[in-house]
Ligand binder design. Sequence first.
Ligand SMILES: [Zn+2]
Length: 202
Amino acid sequence: MSIWSNKKSWTALALLLTSAGIAAGVRHGGLSVEYTDARDRAQLGVVFRAWDGAARDLRTIGLKVPAEVSIEAAGSAAGFAAQTGEPAGIAASTRGSTIYTQRLSALATRGLLPFTIRHEAFHTAQPARLTRWLAEGLARTFSGEAVSDPPGPTGLESLPDAALNAQLLQHSTPRLNAAYHEATRRAGLLVRQRGWRAVLGL
Ligand SMILES: [Zn+2]
């Protein structure tokens, strides 16, 4: 999963936008993208470039995206919530080789689309055995999202790993964001100390 900051303006926007419920699909190599809102068509180039870059960079650290991956972009925030059961602060969620995202143009407006695609690409390629906090922290380190995390302590430095895993599942946006930042801090430290391949167990 990847997060987006839960600004009030977005909530208002989401309430104004409804989808006609008609999906369109397009393929790019092994990647298929289905979207519901026609405005998302304009974002497909960004999606494909981000995907190709992620696949290349994943190979560099010893991972490989599956041969067939599908992205299903919801038509609205409500549609995404209904489809995934994820909280409002979540930008996307990957199950196996299917990536469920918020509306692509909504992610693009917030400057998150390439980061979200890279984050979820990591999840499609990661070793299955990674524990939740490590998977999320590594996905955010790989995607580049970590660069814009607030500097300074997360307040969760002494939280045991198992408790951090649990906090990554709860729905309060401030607590969820803090958990993602802490997972990313721990994962980034491991990557700097040991390198990607050792942390991934490759
Ligand atoms: Zn994630």
